[in-house]
Design a protein around this ligand. Structure first.
Ligand code: SAM
Length: 240
């Protein structure tokens, strides 16, 4: 997968070179390129924003600069990219979307700042035959200062689903939001057996795989009821 990120603060994206994703890049599974949006600013101050039409506080990012940046990336691409615009007013990000994006060949992330990117940018590229599609994505019901952290979140969730990125592919199957039963994952333990007066549950030491599986299922269900009852409404009653 090829990933391009356009930002006013390229250094914000440095963590993409660490850990699993850093290794995935070394292995050639993912190629990430980060671009400084100011490279496409044309005035002496290298401005990327302007005052909002209709008045109001803050500044809006210019479609002129974004258009030049995105056209440049498209010109250098072999295949039609998908443009992802992180925004709190977008479609909620989820594991289902992460799985969908993990099958894309080329993703381009447009990191907004200030009051966001002029809305015509998304509209224009949505109707362009040169681009696969445009998705406006929110990572949650809160407002960040910029799209960089949202982009890191989305890229990390996507790339760990690319075959070969995780050491053990089974990890993904058991994850919260990926399980066929829709439960979030229950508690996990490692050595030592006792720690500060807290013991690892007996059943996990029993060697009885059936009992262990049933315990994990019960714990996952209890945790889902406690923290995410909204997920239970989506499960057929016979599985609850
Ligand atoms: N005025 C905008 C609104 O209320 O929808 C918020 C703009 S926010 C200060 C600046 C940038 O941060 C956005 O353009 C977007 O790139 C990013 N951002 C902030 N919160 C986000 C969220 N929950 N999900 C995705 N991106 C977010």
């Amino acid at each position: 997968m090829k990933v391009d990120v356009v930002s006013l603060f390229p250094a914000y994206l440095d963590p993409l070179n660490l850990s699993l994703l850093g290794k995935a890049q070394t292995q050639g599974l993912v190629q990430v390129q980060v671009h400084d949006l100011r490279n496409w600013a044309t005035d002496p101050h290298r401005s990327v924003d302007d005052t909002p039409y209709g008045g109001g506080p803050g500044m809006v990012m210019s479609p002129l600069v974004w258009g030049s940046a995105l056209d440049h990336i498209r010109e250098g691409a072999q295949t039609k990219p998908t443009l992802i615009i992180p925004t709190p007013s977008g479609e909620p990000f989820s594991q289902v979307l992460a799985a969908e994006f993990s099958r894309a060949e080329h993703l381009v992330f447009a990191c907004g700042r200030y009051e966001g990117i002029d809305s015509r940018v998304g509209v224009h590229y949505s109707s362009s035959e040169q681009w696969e599609k445009v998705r406006e994505i929110s990572i949650g019901d809160y407002v960040l200062a910029g799209g960089e952290v949202a982009t890191l979140v989305i890229i990390e969730a996507i790339t760990r689903l690319i075959p070969g990125v995780l050491g053990n592919p089974q990890s993904v199957v058991d994850d919260s939001f990926s399980r066929p039963d829709s439960f979030i994952e229950g508690p996990v333990y490692t050595k030592p057996l006792g720690w500060r007066g807290l013991e690892v549950p007996e059943v996990l030491r029993s060697g009885n795989h059936g009992a262990i599986e049933q315990w994990r299922q019960d714990q996952a269900q209890a945790r889902t009821r406690k923290y995410r009852p909204d997920l239970l409404t989506e499960i057929p009653p016979e599985q609850v």
